[in-house]
Design a protein. Structure first.
Length: 254
């Protein structure tokens, strides 16, 4: 449950970052019609969520396979630190304190996948399936927040857990993405800047919490193992002592 809450929070608070990239696509889709076509916009959102969930299942299979090899606790720590570091980076970007390190790659991906032409094609179609397919493709765009969520999914070590985490992440992004056209038009630049700064601070705090959580979990695992070993030694020591005394007592009469 904690993983689901973290994944949803990453999607919810970090999705304001997406308005600049993915939200631009949403706005472009919406502007192709006189009014916002909610059926198509909803289909677009669930297309993204579909891709995120499938990526979560794949990441879960990877995590499960790594878990079988042993030493998975170290992998979990590294993945958690990686996820937390990306959250902090994007929180700083969201607040306007540093550039987006993935923006250039996302722009290239948009051109490479021909999303602009697909949007123009979807504008002339009445079926929401075309918008759904654009959402599926959009879910594959390079995005640090997606990578952070995927890292946490791999660290879960389970297919169901990872798939559920990415589903929660995708659902968390929907509110801001659905409101993107209205937010772009209604919010002033100053107000939008203040909101982004506040959300950026929250994402940074979430990243720090994720890193501390992963480190604390590692200490608990190793501390528990050490405690178990000490307890076993203490339980065995009296028996071994009595056995040694017994052998000594048997030899003494001889």
């Amino acid at each position: 449950m904690e993983l689901l809450l973290i994944a949803f929070s990453v999607g919810f608070f970090g999705s304001m970052h997406c308005i600049g990239m993915c939200g631009g696509l949403v706005t472009a889709l919406s502007m192709t019609r006189a009014k916002v076509w909610w059926s198509g916009l909803t289909a677009y959102q669930f297309g993204r969520v579909t891709t995120y969930t499938l990526l979560g299942v794949v990441s879960g299979l990877i995590g499960f396979s790594l878990k079988q090899l042993g030493g998975f606790d170290q992998v979990q720590l590294l993945l958690t630190l990686f996820a937390g570091g990306i959250m902090i980076t994007f929180g700083l970007h969201l607040a306007g304190w540093m550039p987006d390190p993935f923006a250039r790659f996302a722009l290239r991906a948009i051109g490479g996948m021909g999303l602009t032409n697909r949007i123009k094609s979807a504008a002339s179609k009445k079926s929401p399936i075309n918008w759904y397919l654009i959402g599926v493709a959009n879910g594959l765009l390079p995005c640090g927040l997606v990578y952070a969520a995927l890292a946490l999914s791999v660290a879960s070590g389970g297919v169901v857990e990872a798939g559920s985490a990415m589903l929660a992440f995708g659902l968390g992004t929907i509110p801001a993405m659905m409101a993107a056209p209205a937010l772009v038009n209604l919010m002033s630049a100053n107000r939008r800047s203040l909101v982004l700064k506040a959300l950026g601070v929250l994402v940074v705090a979430l990243g720090l919490f994720t890193m501390v959580r992963g480190t604390s979990l590692m200490h608990m695992l190793h501390g528990g193992a050490a405690g178990h070993g000490t307890a076993t030694h203490e339980m065995n020591s009296p028996a071994e002592h009595q056995q040694a005394v017994g052998h000594g007592g048997m030899k003494h009469p001889m």
